[in-house]
Structure formats: C-alpha cells, structure tokens
Ligand binder design. Sequence first.
Ligand SMILES: Cc1ncc(COP(=O)(O)O)c(C=O)c1O
Ligand SMILES: N[C@@H](CCOP(=O)(O)O)C(=O)O
Length: 513
Amino acid sequence: MSSTSYRSSRSLDTKQLSFEDVVMTGLAKDGGLFLPSQVPHLSPETINSWKDLTFQELAFNVLRLYIKDQEIPDADLKSLVEKSYSTFRSKDVTPIKLIDEKKSLYLLELFHGPTYAFKDVALQFVGNLFEYFLTRKNAGKSGEDRDTITVVGATSGDTGSAAIYGLRGKKDVSVFILYPTGRISPIQEEQMTTVEDKNVHTLSVKGTFDDCQDIVKQIFGDAEFNSKYHVGAVNSINWARILAQMTYYFYSYFQLLKAEGENSKVRYVVPSGNFGDILAGYYAKEMGLPIDKLIIATNENDILDRFLKSGTYEKFSPEVEVKEVKATYSPAMDILISSNFERLLWYLIRDTIAEGDDIKAGKELNSWMQQLKETGSVTAPKAVVDAAKKDFDSERVSDEVTVETIKQVYAENPDNYVIDPHTAVGVQTAFRNIAKDSDSDSNIRYISLSTAHPAKFSEVVNKALNGFDGYSFEKDVLPEELKALALKEKRIKLIDEASLEKVKGAIIEELSK
Ligand SMILES: Cc1ncc(COP(=O)(O)O)c(C=O)c1O
Ligand SMILES: N[C@@H](CCOP(=O)(O)O)C(=O)O
C-alpha cells in the first residue's frame, strides 16, 4: 500500500494534494503542515525482504511509497537518489558504530555529507528535487515565463548550510537563510557565509532561532509576497525533509540486526529540537519497522520532555524565572516551538479524541494551535498523552552533563571517539535508559543518532577534552575541508531587529539586483 496524496494538518476539508504541490509549497496556506493522512503499512515479509539492500536502494523503496510514479518515474527517482548520495564520504552513507560494547549502544553517524550534519541526508535530495521539478516546468520556457522559487529558511546552524550546499548554483532558485546573530558556532557561520554562488544569501538576524522561524512562517502566510516570489521551504516543515530522513531508520535497523542478532529489541534515541528527525522515526515505526521505543533527548530547552511528563505543551516551565530560550552548549537544539510536533499531534488527536476522523482532527488541532499562539500553552487530554507515551519516552540533559558525556565517551572508547554536544545529549539519554533496563531486558539495543560532526562545535568539545593527554582538536577532529573555510571571505548581511518587514525588505532588495 502506498500513500501518495497529502492534506494540511489544519485542513477542514477533504481536499488532497500531490507530492509535487506539497514539496514546492512547503507550508499549507492555512498555516498547517502537510502530511499523508494514511501511512503505508509494510508486512513483516516485505520489511525482511529489504534487509540486504544498499542505502540507495532502500531510499528508493521508501520514497516510492510516498511519490506516485506518474509524478516521478522509477528511472528518474533512482537517478535523483544516486545523485543525492554520491556526495557522501561514507559508502554506507549513514553507518552505525558501536561505542559501548557492554551496554550495546550504537551511534548512527549522520554526518558524512557535505556539511557534516544530519540535514545533508534530506537536503541533498530536496535540492535535487527542486531542480527536477523546476526543470520539468520550465522546459521550452525562457526569460520572465520561467517558474522560479525563492527559498526562505531559518536555521539554528545546520539546516542553513545543508540547504545552501543542496541548492547553490541551481537555476531558477534563490536561497535566503535567516540565522540568529551570535547563536551559531563560528564554523557553521563560515559554512554559510563563504559560499560565493550568486543565488545564495544569508541574513544574520538579531534575535533567537524561534524569531527566525516565526518570520519564515509569516512570510509563507503573506499571500501577496508568496504569489510574487513563490516562496519555498527547506526547513523540516517541508514534507520531503521528513520523508528522506526515514531511510536511515530502516538502514540502521538492518545493520544493527546483522551485528547483534534477529532477536534484538531496538530503541532509537534522538537529540531533538524541531522534532523533524524523530518524526521520521515515528513514520518508520508506523510503517511497520519494529522499533520498540523512540526516545526524545532534549537540552535545557525542554518543551518536548515537559510535554511528555505533564501533558502541557508550553514554552516555559512555570518554575523558570527568565522567560526566554536558553543559549546552551547544543545550540542547534535551542528551540522552544517545535514545528513538527504539530504533525505528531494531528495523528495523536485523530487516533484518540477525533475517533479516526481527519476533519475533526484538523478542527481540534486548529483550536489547539490558536490557543498556543494566544496563551503560550495548551494542555492535551490524557488519551492523547497516553497515546504519545506508547511510542515515545524522553530525557532532558543539562550543559554540565553534556560536557561530562563527551569526556566519558572519549575516555572509555579505545579509539578515543569524539562526539559533538548534540550527540552527547542523545548518548547521555541512552546511558540513563540503559541504567534503568533490567537483566531480562538484555536483548535491548540502543541506536543514538549522531547528528553532527564534532568539528562544528570546537568550543564545547575543547572544553571537554583539552585536559586529556595527547588530545588535539586540529589534528584529531578538524577535517581539512572545514579548516580551509577560515581563510575564505565571509558575506554577512545583518538585520538589526527580528522584524518581518526588515527581512522582506532585504529579500526584495537582493532579488531586484
Ligand atoms: C546537530 C543537530 N542535532 C539535533 C537537531 C535537532 O533535530 P530536529 O530539529 O529534527 O529535532 C538539530 C537541528 O535540527 C541539529 O542541527
Ligand atoms: N536545528 C535546526 C533548526 C531548524 O530545523 P529544521 O530541521 O526544521 O530545518 C538547524 O540546525 O538549523
């Protein structure tokens, strides 16, 4: 069974859209996120028959379930997949690595793409997909008649560079990336601002990631701007991002079973912010991949952990005095409003209080989102929270413990393995879960997602490891390619206030040059 038509999470009618519409539109006009209302379910036999496939073959199979072959024929989809993963430095694309033999904890290394973060897995594909659809639309057209797209994205560090590397130099595409001034690492800023392609623009916005994301969503909601400039999304509001991320759950599951035996019970730990990465795991589980649990790992910006524990989705815990997003050692997860959580809420609502009715689910979700906007908080009924707890668990990890975890993994690993602070939040979450497991749980295995290369976060990594004899960031961690960035000229455009009008002004000015 496949699922190749889509609806908005806030839609109150039965209208369905195609994959191409959904990818090129990004965010629904009603402010909702696109989702397939039916998730395809695979039989255990089908899943088993996929176990020896390469990453690329698996990617093709997963994508095929969600994209009609009339929209992208087999041969074209195959070549999109091949092209997207030919840029990775690992033949496995996303290999797993055992980091603690005793505890059976594996890391899923997602940082072997061009910008050294998990976003490349989806954004190399999304970039090629935009190009594919635009080339087809523009066949035989010239000048003003050509369709164009203005990609507007928000980043807390990694999406921005991955989007830029996925879209640089692509015909008919302009890219604008907003990032919070001073809240991303120096290498992340260098990755984004040293790209010379004329279609790439970075805007350093005085504010937080949430401000940047909010401005991006307002731009999508601005009908006049949108119809003139054809705004496109690279953030995980774009369904294609979630879809492309599903592959590595399947691939790592099969790799783990080969290493540990067929009886293993597999739990995934996912360092989370915007909830896109773990949502891909939720879809894989719903499709039939036998994932025992999905564990959300948050830093001190812990809205997701608090929701699972209390049922209330609110930006700040009532106990905190300073009501603003905290700048942590894992900055890419400094997010308070988690875009993709809306997609999960839709399924949870539909399958509980909306009794399987898509329209009722949209109506209920609409009112929750309205309440969240107006009061900053929404409380879910027990049935919804219980449904979430069937699939998810969560932990919150402080900065101090993040540093300790980087140290511990380095010290305990025979090859002095270095992890980045986001990965450390996941690893610590796995350690805590392993400590809770009883002897009868000896077949449980954890796969913790390693979401970025440690070279991107030198300050925290050095804080953790500088005291170790023989440790050298330059020698042991920093790849030559990233070293070279420091010598390049940066192009930075400052936006001195988190203002929709100022961002729109900057975009219009650049496009009119
Ligand atoms: C390194 C890193 N880890 C984890 C995350 C969180 O992922 P998600 O936003 O999909 O929850 C991000 C940003 O998205 C990231 O850049
Ligand atoms: N952590 C992200 C924030 C944006 O998330 P996205 O997955 O919705 O693009 C980043 O690094 O930019």
